[in-house]
Each structure stands twice: as structure tokens, then as C-alpha cells.
Design a protein around this ligand. Sequence first.
Ligand SMILES: [Fe+2]
Length: 206
Amino acid sequence: MTQIRSLFATRLYRASLSEHGPAVDSAELESSCWSIAEDDEAGQEWCDANSYPGYTSYASLTDLPWRFPIFAALVEALDKHVAAFAEDLEFDLGDRKLVVEDIWINILPEGGTHSSHIHPHSVISGTTYVSMPEGTSALKLEDPRLGFMMAAPARRKGCREELKTFVYEAPSVGDVLLWESWLRHEVPPNMSEEERISVSFNYKWE
Ligand SMILES: [Fe+2]
């Protein structure tokens, strides 16, 4: 009897940030992102010097959870999501844990984009969504085997999700997405007039 199975799974985790607690107030998180961005002159200069559209704290603020209680609460919530995802992935972590390595704010204005990338040196990466105006970009995820598909035909429109070469995931405010850090992803141009605000993070095995 014919048997066709899917092998070598790429898992994408999506949940409400509040699912495991503690509650992180999204309005407070949004206003914190704005006030941090406004005060962070080193970050603004870095964004200007590197032609980064909008604002990121990635290069300038490495201690958000220690400076701002709301980020400490956020990391506490994310730890639980990452642990749940590690369970799903059936990682054998031994006596080590997945711990946050970096966490940073992204404020992407109209037309702003974040080109295709991976997150080296980490195990799990992800984003929680703080402001997602109508019409703003989804997250675009790429089949990690794309480079091997030299002669393969394109898939039919509307093919099963697990067979798609690119998946566009459109999260809502308060959602958290997690993936393994080797999974290439990008943020296509923000077509909304309003800023798309998110907080991204990396977890390492320590
Ligand atoms: Fe990323």
C-alpha cells in the first residue's frame, strides 16, 4: 500500500503572549517601545548610519529586561513559550536550559522592510507583536531547502501549507511567533502609513 509521509519538519509556533502569564499590557508595552526609541540617541544614530528604516534597539540597548520592568515581565512570559516550543520540538536539553540572549525593539515605518536573514548562534528566535496596523506586513518564512531546488517546478497556487516554498504568517497584536533560529525570514515592506512595532528575541542553550 502506498505511503507518503512528511519528513524533516519545520515547526512554527504561534500563541497568545498571555497564554502562560504573566499578563503583559500591550498598551504599556507599546508606549514603552516609543519612549525607549525616543530616548535612545545611540540607537537612532546607529539606524541613521546603517540606513535602517525606522528604529531598532538591537545595536544599542542590550539590557531591556534589566532597565524596564515591562520587559522583565515579557521575558518571563516568553521563557514559558520557548519552553513549550522546546517540548514540541522534543529537544533533549539535558541539565541546560534555553535562556534569552538578546531582546530588542523594532519600529518599522511605512515602506520599511527587513530583508531576508537568519539568527546565527541561537537556538530559538521569535517575535511578539506590539502594533500591527491594518495592511502592514506579514512575516515571510522561507523553506530552508530552497537552495537545493534548482530544477524543481514551482508548486501549484493553493497547495498544502507544508509544501509551500514561502509562508506568510500574519500575526495579531499580542501574538508570539517562535521558530528555530536557522529558519530564514523577512519582513516585506510595511504598506501601512502607521508604524509596525514588534519585539524580537533570541534564545540560546546554556
Ligand atoms: Fe529576524
